[in-house]
Design a protein around this ligand. Structure first.
Ligand code: ADP
Ligand code: MG
Length: 247
């Protein structure tokens, strides 16, 4: 069952067509890796899903609810409801520097969802445990390594109980020795059947964890398939050329 349905997505910046008729679905519990050269529109597509970018035309439907249909957006209140089903993790962790790790986790549930503080505390403790940072609960982000910060950013997104997690190159800003701990947290999430879209340059992760790999180039989805299909038997020259440069 498709939990995300994107069709005929179009977006331009002036003369630059950044997304040209993108169509693709993500099924519930599926892990989709999106790969492709810099500037191919990967971030724009992901950001469109959570309404950080507005598209010019096309459809985005999440869990059966349209965010935008034939280029027309639904009402602001509905937009909020739909985008709140998705948690997003960025390349640069964007933690609040003046808040402790635990406060970073608890801020949105407290202010946006106005949930019971006991329940919020229970969940932040559980997630801190999950990412292995219980001992850092009261530390400020500046004290953390990049890998630790990114784990906190993942936990913070999970605090909102998203149905879908979106990752935009979550390890690209990290020193190589710190990528493993972040990829491990993502792997654990995949194993727990979280629906995930992961824009990544980590081909090893895509091959091992993704159910499907989507190759984007120049605002288009060139091809998609299982990791085995796409990595060992790419159909298009553009895919082959990209993989030769990346593997
Ligand atoms: P990717 O994530 O695959 O590297 P992006 O989605 O970030 O690609 O960008 C796709 C294209 O859109 C690039 O050519 C980029 O320069 C351009 N672009 C992105 N954001 C803007 C913007 N706010 N204004 C103008 N051009 C932009
Ligand atoms: Mg990008």
């Amino acid at each position: 069952m498709a939990i995300i349905e994107i069709s005929n997505l179009k977006k331009s910046y002036g003369n630059l067509d950044v997304l040209k008729q993108i169509t693709f679905n993500v099924n519930k519990n599926e892990v989709v890796a999106v790969i492709g050269p810099s500037g191919s529109g990967k971030s724009t597509m992901l950001r469109s899903l959570v309404n950080l970018e507005q598209i010019d035309n096309g459809n985005i439907c999440v869990s059966g609810n349209y965010l935008v249909k034939d280029g027309a957006y639904v009402k602001p209140q509905e937009i909020k409801q739909i985008t709140s089903k998705m948690g997003m993790v960025f390349q640069h962790f964007n933690l609040f520097p003046h808040l402790t790790v635990r406060e970073n986790l608890e801020l949105a549930p407290k202010t946006v969802k106005k949930e019971d503080s006991k329940e919020i505390h229970r969940r932040s403790s559980e997630l801190l445990e999950k990412i292995g940072l219980t001992a850092w609960a009261d530390s400020f982000p500046a004290k953390l390594s990049g890998g630790q910060k990114q784990r906190v950013a993942i936990a913070r997104a999970l605090m909102m109980n998203p149905e879908i997690m979106l990752f935009d190159e979550p390890t690209s800003a990290l020193d190589p020795e710190l990528t493993g701990e972040v990829l491990q947290v993502m792997k654990d999430l995949a194993q727990e059947n979280m629906t995930m879209i992961v824009v990544t340059h980590e081909m090893g992760f895509a091959r091992e964890v993704a159910d499907r790999v989507v190759f984007m180039d120049n605002g288009e989805i060139v091809e998609s398939g299982t990791p085995a299909e796409l990595f060992t038997n790419p159909k298009f020259e553009r895919t082959k050329a990209f993989l030769n440069r990346s593997l």
